[in-house]
Design a protein around this ligand. Sequence first.
Ligand code: E4P
Length: 216
Amino acid sequence: MKFFIDTGNLAQIKEANELGILDGVTTNPSLMAKEGIKGEEAIAAHYKAICDLVDGDISAEVLSTEFSAMVEEGKKLAAIHPNIVVKVPMIKDGIKAIKWFTDNGIRTNCTLVFSAGQAILAAKAGATYVSPFIGRIDDSGWDGMELIGQMRHIYDIQGFKTEILAASIRNALHIIKAAEAGADVCTCPLDSILGLLKHPLTDIGLAKFLEDAKKM
Ligand code: E4P
């Protein structure tokens, strides 16, 4: 399973990248706004800075919701760096845009996916990645991880090549469960990635080893 970090924060991206296990970055308009990035030039410069930090796929989201505008915006985003993946919302014009990008050699990440039907449409349009939002599904009283399992099953029996990118990850257990369910990629906040490191027995065991090492 590939590991992406889900943030626009350069310090966090750098910290995760230094672990040596990072395969890419996802952003969204909320995450970019959180970093105070405003205006077309600043947005493009920020994506370029992320691409310079991480050698992997970097999702950059279109802000338009109409087909032609999405295509124009996506072309500009893709021109920033070869590693840019154009993130497109799961709406009717989004599916048309994903198909256009697919036919024109631009890679895409279909975002805001909450059902198997949406996942089938994204795959049919040729999306490189599809992003089911696990945490937001859990928040609404459904089981987000069930959707990952259902998508894995459908994609496998149908031979869809679209990669399942588990998104809206809230904790380390989500990452483990997404791996078990067969997600190809997990995009996570830094805290959830670091949460995988934690086990009290590791801390107790290391303290004992370091204590005994003094007797060596
Ligand atoms: C995915 O690419 C999105 O950026 C993200 O995972 C959304 O997560 P949230 O539900 O925590 O906002």
